[in-house]
Design a protein around this ligand. Structure first.
Ligand SMILES: NC(=O)c1ccc[n+]([C@@H]2O[C@H](COP(=O)([O-])OP(=O)(O)OC[C@H]3O[C@@H](n4cnc5c(N)ncnc54)[C@H](OP(=O)(O)O)[C@@H]3O)[C@@H](O)[C@H]2O)c1
Length: 226
């Protein structure tokens, strides 16, 4: 069976990805910041291996990559993310903004760089970056959310760059918008459940072709504008 490695696996969309792929019989490496507190994650039946990974911590990411060396990873899902302060123009907290970039952008790139050889050795060779429609420049008609929007726009630029840099290794890289999802980040008023989001995303991820590398998709299968 194929292998998935995912960050931010202890709650929300990440937890649902683990549930879904473990149920399909995949080997899952589920990374989270506090395995000791990840009760729901540890209760998921199947081949689920929990690792301590804060994506801003170089040593933690490198340690897990080393401990899994020579183990192919078919699918790397960069899911860990934070929204940051919900402030408008004129109210920026620059320290908090830089933390958003550390997690959503630098942490994501660090994870890709540390695990690229594992993905390269695999059968499927897929990297999925969880972006957001808020990262779409074309779709920005309401301003605000500068920290989150800039971080996800940067994620999209990374996706495009990786699709070029990793093409020779045969690795397919996409960005996805998971929908507005009922999680701690999305809130209770969000439009869809994590189950609906992951079902839609899996329909895309599980059928990816090389021609799709460097593209940005919504969970409903439509292509998103950059
Ligand atoms: N929900 C939505 O409507 C929505 C819409 C568009 C995009 N997204 C994106 O979807 C992804 C998942 O979001 P979600 O809704 O599931 O959010 P969530 O419920 O708030 O979960 C976020 C996850 O990221 C983890 N995380 C935060 N900082 C981390 C770090 N430094 N290192 C490792 N893990 C870290 C959290 O771990 P802790 O429990 O330790 O904090 C948690 O597991 C994010 O990238 C988000 O931007 C969500």
């Amino acid at each position: 069976m194929p292998t998935l490695l995912i960050t931010g696996a202890n709650r929300g969309i990440g937890l649902e990805f683990v549930r879904s792929y473990a149920e399909s019989g995949w080997c899952v490496h589920a990374c989270c910041r506090h395995p000791d507190k990840a009760k729901e994650l540890k209760e998921i039946p199947g081949d689920v291996n929990v690792h301590r990974v804060d994506v801003t911590d170089e040593l933690q990411v490198a340690n897990v990559a080393r401990s899994l060396r020579d183990q192919p990873i078919d699918l790397l899902i960069n899911n860990a993310g934070i929204y940051g302060p919900r402030t408008g123009f004129g109210e920026q907290d620059y320290q908090a903004w830089s933390e958003v970039l550390q997690v959503n952008v630098i942490g994501l790139m660090r994870t890709v760089e540390r695990f690229v050889e594992h993905v390269s050795q695999s059968e499927l060779k897929r990297i999925v970056n969880i972006s957001s429609q808020l990262g779409s420049i074309a779709r920005n008609r309401s301003g605000a959310a500068y920290p989150y929007r800039t971080s996800k726009a940067a994620v999209n630029m990374i996706t495009k760059g990786l699709s070029e840099d990793l093409e020779e290794k045969g690795i397919v890289v996409i960005s996805v918008h998971p929908g507005w999802v009922q999680t701690d980040m999305g809130g209770v008023k969000a439009e869809i459940t994590a189950e609906e989001s992951v079902a839609g995303l899996r329909a895309i991820i599980d059928n990816l072709t090389p021609e799709q590398s460097g593209h940005f998709y919504s969970y409903d299968g439509t292509e998103m504008p950059w």
